[in-house]
Write a protein that binds this ligand. Structure first.
Ligand code: GRF
Length: 227
């Protein structure tokens, strides 16, 4: 049974956390359970979802941490220690976590941190992605939530979507596990488009976690192979 830590923030609604909880209940995720939900802010709605489901929670507020004279590096080390020693986590899932995690943190969990990104990402450094119809669009990197969705609308992409990938110290460049394309409609606004993207996220994130928990993801030359 893999021990999963889910990291969230108050910028989202915790809907992906809810999708993971439900997939575990319905046994769509086998061999995995959530051992802790961590937020960097105490008002994240996902914390309430976790508490309702009797999942332990932790709040690690970076601003508070800094007020005590501590550095970002110390924050990442503390988080790494907490998740490895106290919760003995096997897999870290970033489901709306907003802070970029440093190499210090990643060292605790090599190839064990997966991120959900509201845009289509290629494997590695390429700055474009080839869609299933052969067309190429720019990779949307370094933007969070609404801003990433707005970017796709502003740049008149025909399609955007969501990507689940392993994280590496290079932001949004880690090996891709799964992605899902979502067509952009002529009258789409951020709200309507994001709603359809989230529906896809609620499928691909639990799927990726299930693959991980059942040892079906292999990394070869920085690419994910699903076995
Ligand atoms: C998701 O859309 C994810 O792609 C992004 O943060 C959002 C979190 O949404 N990284 P929610 O809180 O799970 O609804």
């Amino acid at each position: 049974m893999k021990r999963i830590a889910v990291l969230i923030s108050n910028k989202g609604t915790g809907s992906n956390l809810a999708a993971i909880i439900s997939a575990i209940e319905k046994k769509k995720i086998k061999n995995g359970r959530i051992v802790v939900v961590v937020s960097n802010k105490s008002d994240a709605f996902g914390l309430q979802r976790a508490q309702k489901n009797k999942i332990p929670t932790e709040v690690l507020d970076l601003e508070e941490y800094r007020k005590c004279g501590k550095t970002r590096r110390e924050y990442d080390l503390f988080l790494g220690e907490l998740l490895s020693k106290k919760y003995k986590s096997d897999l870290i899932v970033l489901a709306g976590w907003m802070l970029i995690l440093s190499e210090q943190f990643i060292k605790y969990f090599p190839n064990k941190v997966i991120n959900l990104h509201p845009g289509l990402l290629p494997d590695g450094k390429k700055n474009f992605i080839k869609l299933s119809n052969g067309m190429k669009i720019d990779a949307i990197r370094g933007l969070h939530t609404n801003a990433a969705v707005q970017y796709a609308i502003d740049h008149k992409f025909p399609v955007t979507g969501s990507t689940v990938h392993f994280i590496t110290p290079l932001v949004d460049q880690g090996p891709v596990i799964l992605r899902s394309e979502v067509k952009i409609l002529a009258d789409d606004k951020v709200g309507s488009l994001y709603e359809r993207i989230k529906k896809e996220e609620h499928k691909i994130l639990p799927m990726a976690i299930n693959l991980y928990c059942n040892n079906r993801l292999i990394l070869k030359e920085n690419k994910v192979i699903i076995i």
